[in-house]
Design a binder for this molecule. Structure first.
Ligand code: NAD
Length: 501
């Protein structure tokens, strides 16, 4: 955080600015502890109405929300462009992906979360057993700014579909966007109480108050550093957490790769959204036999890729001013470690815009390879073979996502990567398939959004065992248990479990 950002956090009003120009877009009152508690109380009061709608009623409400977002998509995409900086077309693609997820969550919650019968097993044959899934109650969602619609929506839509109400604290860099999302839900569903889905505004302190507010789960997307603080604070009340944190995602380009396709995908995956993508391409490990062709193609594409704020710009400005220094530091660290800039260099950092930078032969211990850069830069390392590529790809504290380019062995290589998701012969393909869960391990976080696991994050399994009839003398959980029955059990157990070879 810069000094200006720290000073801003002390204010009672949050000013939203256009990152390309610095122009003020709007101001919002900051929610203090009392306002956060009020929002959570409103959400708590709405839990009954929302849960009682059932899966079918909630599906209708969620799909009405989608249609409202579509109806207002021009206005919304213009706002995303202004507040986040990304091109309008990218804003539209982000909205489209979020709509896919709202639809998937709304339509799959019933099947995924309906009560299930389970076998009671031979020892408990007189019981019927079932699992029922209950909503947790109120879910606190804390979002980032880089995909300010798509990313928090992975928690919001799934938590709502599972029957929870939501209090959402958008990033201080995407406050208007976050409020727009919550307001369209209310507009689409005027008959529902206000607390089903509410936004609260502010900086880290507002997020911290939400974590301590007594919500039933915190779903956070943001940096690993903030994720650690949230988990420590949530531990005081044993509030469960879902943490979607950063990445340092590798791409492996094997000897049998379609090299042109790989270069095209890496060029886009590393620089689109100004490289501010949690699962964006940050590191490439390319087989020595195709290295020259790959680098020639990659630099050929990227030399014509230009950031800007005008129509037709490939990507926008850096959204968060303090990130610009981090990107510059990583480029300098790469060069200081003996690396070379094949395209661009420190001079590519031009105010809020950073032009594409391709770095080669960078020491694997450099900050440019070890830390999340979150800028339009990429390191490319030549490897002797696939084993070395996999070893280096896995040599990181992150474990979010990855991609593999190989015509014949993509799946085998993917299976050896320690990550939550892999795209084979594409980048980021998994993010657009709603049924696939998304999330990481280690510094990339805990838990999953999207897909069936993403719905199950927001429910409490309730196991119910119903004794259908009593078996005389077989009351195992009773002092009336007989010795005769214990003898019979001693005979049964070896038959059931003692004959495994
Ligand atoms: P950040 O950690 O700075 O902030 C994220 C959110 O946390 C903001 O809303 C912020 O106000 C809030 N916050 C800050 N301090 C807090 C505290 N002490 N308690 C509670 N809330 C607090 O992250 P960012 O800069 O907004 O986002 C960029 C990061 O997010 C990158 O690391 C990126 O990789 C990651 N990210 C991950 C995913 C994913 O799905 N895994 C998706 C998008 C972004």
């Amino acid at each position: 955080m810069t000094t200006t950002e720290k000073a801003a956090e002390k204010e009672s009003v949050l000013t939203s600015v256009d990152p390309a120009t610095g122009a003020t877009l709007a101001t919002y009152p900051i929610a203090d502890d009392v306002a956060v508690a009020d929002a959570v109380a409103k959400a708590r009061a709405a839990t009954g109405v929302w849960a009682d709608l059932g899966f079918d009623g909630r599906k209708k409400a969620l799909l009405r929300w989608s249609s409202r977002l579509v109806a207002k998509s021009d206005e919304f995409c213009a706002l995303i462009h202004a507040e986040n900086g990304k091109p309008v077309d990218d804003a539209f693609l982000e909205l489209m992906l979020a709509l896919e997820h709202i639809s998937w969550a709304a339509k799959h919650a019933k099947k995924t979360l309906s009560p299930q019968k389970v076998s009671s097993g031979p020892m408990m044959a007189n019981f019927a057993a079932r699992i029922e899934y209950r909503p947790l109650g109120v879910v606190g969602v804390i979002g980032p700014w880089n995909y300010p619609v798509y990313t928090p929506n992975g928690s919001i839509a799934y938590a709502l579909a599972a029957g929870n109400t939501v209090v959402f604290k958008p990033s201080e860099f995407s406050t208007g966007i976050g409020n727009f999302v919550a307001e369209t839900f209310s507009e689409a569903n005027p008959e529902l109480p206000e607390g089903v889905f509410v936004a609260i505004n502010g900086f880290g302190a507002t997020g911290a108050a939400l974590v301590k507010s007594g919500v039933d789960k915190v779903a956070f997307t943001g940096s690993a550093a903030t994720g650690r603080k949230i988990m420590a604070s949530a531990a005081e009340n044993l509030t469960p957490v879902l943490l979607e944190c950063g990445g340092k995602d590798p791409v492996i380009v094997a000897a049998d790769a379609d090299v042109k396709a790989a270069a095209d995908a890496v060029a886009w995956g590393a620089t689109s959204n100004s490289g501010q993508t949690c699962a964006g391409v940050e590191r490439v490990y390319v087989d020595k036999s195709v290295k020259e062709q790959f680098l020639t193609e990659l630099t050929r594409i990227l030399k014509d890729v230009k950031p800007g704020s005008e129509d037709g710009a490939a990507y926008g400005p850096m959204t968060m001013p303090s990130q610009i220094d981090i990107v510059k530091r990583h480029i300098e660290a790469a060069l200081a470690s003996g690396g070379k800039a094949l395209l661009g260099g420190p001079e590519s950092v031009k105010g809020p815009f950073i032009e594409p930078v391709v770095l080669v032969d960078v020491d694997e211990n450099s900050a440019a390879v070890k830390e999340e850069t979150f800028g339009p830069t990429v390191t490319v390392t030549t490897v002797e073979n696939i084993d070395q590529a996999i070893e280096l790809a896995n040599n990181t504290t992150f474990g979010l996502a990855s991609a593999v380019y190989s015509k014949n062995n993509g799946l085998e290589i993917a299976r050896r990567l320690k990550v939550g998701a892999t795209s084979v012969n594409s980048v980021l393909g998994f993010a657009a398939i709603p049924g696939l869960p998304f999330g990481g391990s280690a510094d990339s976080g805990i838990g999953r959004i999207h897909g069936e696991p993403g719905l199950r994050e927001f429910v409490r399994p309730h196991s119910i065992a119903v004794q259908r009839f009593a078996i005389p003398g077989m009351a195992l959980m009773s002092y009336s248990r007989t010795q005769a029955n214990m003898k019979m059990l001693r005979k049964m157990v070896p038959l059931l479990h003692g004959r495994n070879k």
